[in-house]
Design a protein around this ligand. Structure first.
Ligand code: H2U
Ligand code: ZN
Length: 339
C-alpha cells in the first residue's frame, strides 16, 4: 500500500496531481494574510415555491411547455442545450483545428421544493436523486454517446442561474478534455501496475490525515493534490466503473454519505455552501475504460467562512494553481464539522 508523506511540510512546496498530470503550489503560510478585498454575501433562504422559477411544479418553461405537478424527481431536455443533434464545424486547418460536437443536455430536478438543498434534504430524497442519475445514464447506452457528464452547480457563486435544487447532464459524442486526461492517466497507471490508480489512492487515504468520511460502501477525502481549498473526492470501496453498477445497499449508503459530507461543508462554512459536484464514471454496464474507478469531485469555491471566496486568478490563470491552507488542514476542518 502507498504511504502518505509524513511529516507534512509547513513551507511552500508543489504537489503532483496524477489524474490531470498537473502540479499545484501549496503555500500554507499564506492563510494568515490580511483581506480587504471583496466579500460575497451568503445566499438567503427563499420560498418553497417561486412563481418566476421555470423548474417549480406547474410553471411555464422557456420552451412553452409547462412543468408537471411533479412530486419527487423530474427531468427534461434543457431548453437551452449546449449540445444538439446538429453540429456546424468551421473549416479545420492545421493551426485552427475544429471538430463536430454533438450531444444532448438535460435538466434534473431533485425536488419540487424550490428552497431545498441536497445537504438539507433527507436520505429518501437523496436516494431518489441517485436513482434519477442511474435512470438518466440508461438513456445514453447508444454507440454515439462517448461520455455522460452528470453535474450540479449549486449557488450563485458557481454561476447557477436558479436556486431550485437541480443538476444537469451533458451527453456528448466526444470525450471532454478533463475527462480524456483523467482516463488516459488511469489507463496508463493500470497498464503499468495492473492496479486502478484511484483505488490505490483511496486505500492509502483510508487511515490518513486527509480522510473526511468512510462509510460502509463509500470513502471521501481531500486529495493530496487538491486545487480548491476544500475540494473532496468521493469513491466507492468496491471496484465500480459507473453508477449503474451500484447495489441497492451501495446506493442507499451513497445517499447517506453525501448528506453527511455536504452537511459538514454547510456547518464548517456556516452557510449553504456553493459548489460544483460531478461524477466521473461510465454510463454503460459494459465497456468501461481500463483502470477507471467511479468517483465524484466536489469543488466548493470558498476559502474561509461564507463570504471569502478562493479566486483562481493571477498566478493560477497564468502559471499554476496555488492553494493556501494544506489539504490536511482542510480535511481536519471538515471532519470536525461532521454530524
Ligand atoms: P443552471 O443554472 O445550473 O445552468 O441550471 C438551469 C438550467 O435550466 C439551465 O441550463 C435550463 C437552463 O438552460 N432552463 C431550461 O431548460 N428551461 C427554462 O425555461 C429555464 C432554464
Ligand atoms: Zn423553483
Amino acid at each position: 500500500m502507498a504511504k502518505t508523506p509524513d511529516p507534512i511540510p509547513a513551507g511552500a512546496h508543489r504537489r503532483y496531481d496524477p489524474l490531470l498530470d498537473t502540479w499545484v503550489v501549496v503555500s500554507p503560510h499564506r492563510s494568515k494574510r490580511p483581506w480587504l478585498g471583496a466579500r460575497t454575501a451568503p445566499e438567503p433562504c427563499g420560498p418553497s415555491y417561486d412563481p418566476a422559477c421555470a423548474l417549480c411544479a406547474g410553471n411555464l418553461r422557456a420552451s412553452g411547455e409547462r412543468m408537471p405537478d411533479y412530486d419527487g424527481v423530474y427531468s427534461f431536455p434543457n431548453d437551452f442545450p449546449a449540445l444538439g443533434h446538429l453540429s456546424e464545424v468551421p473549416e479545420s486547418a492545421p493551426l485552427f483545428r475544429a471538430e463536430a460536437a454533438r450531444g444532448q443536455s438535460r435538466v434534473l430536478c431533485f425536488s419540487p421544493n424550490h428552497d431545498l438543498t441536497l445537504a438539507e434534504a433527507d436520505d429518501a430524497l437523496r436516494e431518489a436523486v441517485v436513482g434519477l442519475w442511474q435512470e438518466e445514464l440508461r438513456r445514453f447506452s447508444g454507440a454515439e454517446t462517448q461520455w455522460v457528464q452528470l453535474f450540479e452547480n449549486r449557488g450563485r457563486l458557481m454561476g447557477c442561474s436558479n436556486p431550485h435544487p437541480h443538476g444537469q447532464l451533458w451527453a456528448s459524442d466526444f470525450l471532454p478534455t478533463l475527462v480524456a486526461q483523467e482516463l488516459r492517466s488511469q489507463q496508463a497507471h493500470f497498464e503499468r501496475t495492473g492496479q486502478a490508480l484511484l483505488a490505490e489512492v483511496r486505500d492509502a487515504e483510508l487511515a490518513g490525515p486527509r480522510l473526511v468520511l468512510a462509510s460502509d460502501a463509500w470513502v471521501s477525502w481531500v486529495p493530496f493534490w487538491a486545487r480548491w481549498p476544500y475540494e473532496t473526492l468521493l469513491a466507492p470501496r468496491r471496484a465500480l466503473a459507473g453508477l449503474l453498477e451500484l447495489t441497492p445497499a451501495e446506493a442507499q449508503d451513497l445517499a447517506h454519505h453525501l448528506g453527511r459530507l455536504l452537511g459538514a461543508y454547510d456547518r464548517h462554512f456556516g452557510c449553504r455552501t456553493p459548489y460544483s459536484f460531478g461524477w466521473h464514471g461510465w454510463h454503460r454496464l459494459t465497456g468501461a475504460p481500463p483502470g477507471l474507478l467511479l468517483h465524484a469531485h466536489l469543488l466548493p469555491p470558498l476559502l474561509e467562512g461564507p463570504d471569502r471566496q478562493k479566486f483562481m486568478v493571477g498566478f493560477e490563470l497564468m502559471a499554476e494553481t496555488q492553494r493556501d491552507l494544506t489539504p490536511e488542514q482542510a480535511a481536519a476542518a471538515l471532519r470536525a464539522a461532521l454530524a
